[in-house]
Design a protein around this ligand. Structure first.
Ligand code: EPS
Length: 353
């Protein structure tokens, strides 16, 4: 992979905090906690979230790489403290002497990382897997994406997202009642959303090498969000059903500019942005932690059992769309930095214009 904007995150769902270190940011770009916090708030919202969201009010602390509101060129560190940690301090202790079984569990949740994770890392207590595989980590990923988003806005690139489907329902009026129904039944629901990025410059990505194709990079970034099972670019899912004359977006001249009347390509042709809006669709599976437990196996004695239940969301599709916006922002900023080069705002903006 070809990276200029890199980041690493750490932290457990009920640990002390979530942390990210971002490397590769040029100097002179405006970064504000306010901007990041608004994105964190968006991620916490949406109908169908669980009780954890009543405990947390995610806010970021920037502890390096920014001075007087602007990046210095040094790595930027972000921290989000988990308010719920005070209820888990002993369970999540790093000290041997605090070892207890109070919140350990052994019954795999089908659909979650529990089973494969426990075999891979040789853990008997499945909490060791739950804590890091939890979608809680998308809070810090959203914060990193918000940094990228705020910089993209300085290039006049803006995004939004929309939930298109909850379960089988595509009529927005029915979303809440569908979620209420699932909640009453102790069940969960997935859905489908779209992320749109507007005002894209032409030529981000590349047709030259497989790992620089922008559609591939975006698909990876969105597919790796917990619970995402399908990613579609433009009219991707139906591309196979249409004829060439129906699918491809014809080009016309209007006021000396090339314009299109359709955007089946979703803004990407040949692995590169073509100047049209980027349109990325994704399908999220239902969250695998169910109050009405699924049938499973207890790893302690290999007996038939009912899956572990722990507080969870009924539906988090709206939040997931915000996370996807953030993930895509990281991919796009990386491409901007690769294409327009430079170590400072002035240098990059000169190349950009
Ligand atoms: C989440 C925090 C988690 C879950 C949810 C998302 O907190 P807790 O486990 O304390 O309730 O609410 O994660 C999952 C549903 C999951 O399966 O991992 C968050 O901050 O978004």
């Amino acid at each position: 992979m070809y990276e200029k904007f890199r980041f690493l995150t750490s932290g457990e769902s009920h640990g002390k905090c979530l942390t990210a270190i971002i490397e590769g940011l040029p100097s002179g770009f405006e970064i504000t906690p306010d901007f990041i916090n608004k994105e964190l708030q968006r991620r916490q919202g949406g109908y169908g979230r669980g009780d954890r969201m009543k405990i947390e009010s995610d806010t970021v602390e920037i502890t390096s790489g920014v001075r007087f509101g602007k990046t210095t060129g040094a790595p930027v560190t972000l921290v989000i403290y988990n308010k719920d940690y005070e209820n888990w301090e002993k369970v999540m202790s790093i000290y041997k002497e605090d070892e207890n079984n109070e919140k350990s569990f052994t019954k795999y949740r089908p659909g979650h990382a529990d089973y494969a994770g426990s075999i891979k890392y040789n853990h008997k207590d499945l909490r060791n897997i739950l804590e890091r595989s939890s979608a809680r980590k998308t809070a810090i990923e959203t914060a990193v994406g918000a940094v990228a988003k705020q910089i993209l806005e300085q290039f006049n690139i803006h995004s939004y997202s929309k939930v298109l489907q909850i379960g089988t329902k595509i009529n927005k009026e029915e979303f809440h009642s569908e979620i209420d129904k699932a909640k009453a039944e102790g069940d969960t629901l997935g859905g489908r959303f779209v992320v749109v990025y507007e005002n894209m410059p032409v030529g981000l990505g590349s047709y030259v090498h497989w790992d620089r194709m922008l559609d591939g990079r975006i698909a990876q970034a969105v597919m790796s969000i917990p619970a995402i099972k399908a990613v579609e670019i433009g009219n991707g899912e139906h591309a196979c059903e249409l004829q060439g004359s129906e699918f491809h977006d014809e080009m016309f001249i209007e006021n000396d500019k090339i314009v299109r009347e359709t955007n089946n390509a979703g803004g990407i042709e040949g692995g590169m942005t073509n100047g049209e809006n980027l349109e990325i669709f994704a399908s999220m599976k239902p969250i695998p932690t169910l109050r009405k437990p699924l049938r499973t196996v207890d790893s302690s004695d290999m007996s038939q059992a009912e899956a572990h239940f722990e507080r969870s969301d009924t539906c988090a599709v709206e939040a997931c769309a915000v996370v996807a916006e953030a993930r895509i922002a990281c991919v796009l900023l990386n491409e901007i930095l690769l294409k327009y080069g430079g170590d400072s705002f002035d240098e990059i903006m000169k190349n950009f214009s």
